[in-house]
Design a protein around this ligand. Structure first.
Ligand SMILES: C[C@H](C[C@H]1O[C@@H](n2cnc3c(N)ncnc32)[C@H](O)[C@@H]1O)NC(=O)c1cc(-c2ccc(F)cc2)cc(O)c1O
Ligand SMILES: [Mg+2]
Length: 214
């Protein structure tokens, strides 16, 4: 039977990356996506911006929406301070299976809780299910039309505190116009655009970093 692209991406990790070395896992995926098959990881260019935000925030609690194959999960987890926790939500069970193996190969599974399911169902249950009070950092990288409703849901569920950071991928391509309009015009957010390119291409894309003001 035919393999899927995520399965081939995992194969490239297992072939070319060293177990327990997150950087080699990231390099193996970027090499695969540049030279073999494009895949919708945040990529190395936007990934560097993600890295700098994670290092600056040094978050104790992180929520990632849209795990896919775990590329950004590994990038974030490998830069977290000790005892910090990353919860990542993935809707598609096939992608979740691959992501778990990529996360394990990188050796960051102790910092990561991968939850299978839809953000809309799980966000209201974060407190009771995982003992989370608020998130210091949220990385939005799931369906682009879910960024805004899920941001409002996180506000309503009291999951954001004064100073919580939202970092959103793909605000230009594929684009999240309603989300951008909201965080750039709401008095409750201070927003900043980091211009970059769609992963592994020359197409414009960027990350939007928004601080929740409470
Ligand atoms: C949406 C995907 C990423 C993952 O998110 C999971 N997901 C979804 N909705 C939910 C939920 N509600 N809860 C939990 N997980 C959820 C899904 O299953 C995918 O695995 N990302 C993209 O579609 C994406 C697409 C492009 C892209 C750009 C130009 C093109 F020509 C073609 C594609 C670039 C990117 O950088 C992306 O990130
Ligand atoms: Mg993305």
């Amino acid at each position: 039977t035919q393999s899927t692209r995520p399965q081939r991406l995992l194969g490239a990790v297992q072939k070319n990356a060293t177990r327990g070395h997150p950087r080699s896992v990231i390099q193996a995926i970027d090499h695969f996506c540049r030279n073999k098959e494009w895949a919708m990881n945040v990529g190395d260019e936007k990934g560097c911006i993600l890295d700098s935000v994670v290092s600056e925030v040094s978050p104790a609690t992180v929520l990632e929406l849209g795990t896919y194959c775990g590329y950004s999960t590994v990038r974030i987890a490998s830069r977290l301070p000790p005892h910090a926790k990353l919860i990542t939500l993935e809707f598609n069970p096939e992608f979740a299976v691959i992501a778990r193996q990529v996360i394990a190969w990188a050796g960051v599974e102790d910092k990561v809780q991968l939850v299978e399911g839809a953000s809309g169902d799980w966000i209201p249950r974060m407190k009771e299910q995982f003992g989370v009070k608020t998130f210091d950092l949220v990385f939005l990288d799931h369906w682009k039309d879910r960024y805004l409703p899920d941001t409002k849901l996180m506000e309503e569920c009291g999951l954001l505190r004064k100073g919580s950071i939202l970092l959103a991928d793909n605000v230009i391509c594929p684009g999240t116009p309603d989300y951008l309009e909201y965080v750039r015009n709401s008095p409750r957010y201070e927003s900043q655009y980091f211009k970059s390119h769609l992963e592994y291409t020359k197409v414009e894309d960027g990350l939007e970093k928004s601080v929740f003001l409470g």
